[in-house]
Write a protein that binds this ligand. Structure first.
Ligand code: HEC
Length: 145
């Protein structure tokens, strides 16, 4: 009986370890940490829809065609790049902007750390995913008019 107890305990323990390691392997970037990394971008970029600074609004940037925000004066390389931003090319662009897109107006040295890239991408995806509460308020606002 003592053995049975030991084995149950032992296997629960092992499966907990296996579970927690597979969870941490699954975890990609950390949104909170990404928000901190985004401070490096925030002098030039906002994640608010339609808010352009020196750089274009990054609202919904993942899945967006490069150089397509109205009212932004992009560089020629950006508008003619034919890029659709995804995690892969954003990662390359943000690691070394001016090496990835020679002639870009984005004067940013780049993010050296893989973790910073993971985290800032997690933040960008989180901050700019369609927000149901905002959408609802917008419809409500039109209704009351
Ligand atoms: C010094 C200002 C500056 C900083 C800092 C900066 N950017 Fe930019 N960014 C720009 C400008 C200007 C452009 C337009 C580039 C062009 O037209 O070639 C741009 C373009 C971009 C684009 C392409 C957008 C589009 O509409 O195609 C992305 C994505 C982007 N920046 C992400 C970032 C992120 C993420 C950071 C921080 C890690 C960052 N930028 C830091 C100025 C900046």
């Amino acid at each position: 009986m003592k053995n049975a107890f030991f084995y149950t305990f032992f296997f629960t323990f092992i499966s907990l370890i296996v579970l927690s390691t597979s969870f941490s392997a699954m975890a990609e970037g950390d949104v909170k940490k990404g928000k901190k990394v985004f401070r490096k971008c925030a002098s030039c970029h906002s994640v608010q829809k339609g808010e352009n600074k020196i750089g274009p609004s990054l609202y919904g940037v993942v899945g967006r065609a490069a150089g397509t925000i109205d009212g932004m004066k992009y560089s020629k390389v950006m508008t003619t790049s034919g890029i659709i931003w995804n995690e892969d090319n954003l990662r390359k662009f943000l690691a070394r902007p001016r090496a990835f897109l020679k002639g870009t107006k984005m004067t940013f040295a780049g993010l050296k750390k893989e973790k910073d890239l993971d985290n800032v991408l997690a933040f960008l995806k989180d901050a700019t995913k369609p927000d149901m509460t905002k959408a609802k308020t917008a419809t409500d606002a039109t209704k009351t008019k």
